[in-house]
Ligand binder design. Structure first.
Ligand code: FES
Length: 171
């Protein structure tokens, strides 16, 4: 990407963020709701978002950054095409949720909160998603998959791979 394109993209992003903040209260207590609002619109919280929010609330950018990195609901990287959320609620934890998480980490070669370099997948953890009988659960693109053990991780990834190949053949 050229410097001109990058600058243009950054300006557009800042404009989009300012638009999102417009009309919101400027009290410091609004920090978390504003971060959620901007993340819902942009998909993640880039540096520009944190600077705009700090400016909007009149607080130091480092305070915004501190909150963003403290709560794992906030993303610092753009989301991938497919989202993988590993449940680490009590039931899933008891049924090996961490083993499932390890399998995803190894297969995708990323950690929670990260996106694969090809932007296909992002990985994260969630608390109980309400289908404990299916533990260990992984939510794949909003769809809870039950009994996700390492071999099932391979199966899910294979299904995505096949889909991608089919799409390529149809082009
Ligand atoms: S603990 Fe994972 S779905 Fe309830």
């Amino acid at each position: 990407m050229t410097d001109v394109n990058r600058a243009r993209e950054e300006a557009e992003l800042r404009q989009q963020i300012r638009q999102t903040l417009k009309g919101s209260g400027r009290q410091k207590e609004n920090l978390i709701p504003l971060l959620q609002k901007v993340q819902a619109r942009v998909g993640y919280l880039p540096r520009e978002a944190m600077l705009e929010i700090a400016d909007f609330l009149g607080i130091p950018a480092i305070d915004v950054y501190g909150v963003v990195t403290f709560y794992n609901q906030f993303r610092l990287n753009p989301p991938g095409k497919h989202s993988i959320r590993v449940c680490l609620g009590t039931a899933c934890h008891m049924k090996g949720g961490y083993i499932t998480l390890d399998a995803w980490k190894r297969r995708l070669d990323i950690g929670p909160g990260e996106t694969t370099p090809d932007r296909e997948f992002d990985l994260d953890t969630v608390a109980c998603v309400g289908c404990c009988v299916m533990a260990p659960v992984t939510v794949v693109d909003e769809r809870p998959e039950g009994k996700v053990e390492p071999t099932k991780v391979d199966g899910i990834l294979l299904a995505f791979e096949r889909e991608r190949e089919k799409d390529k053949d149809n082009q």
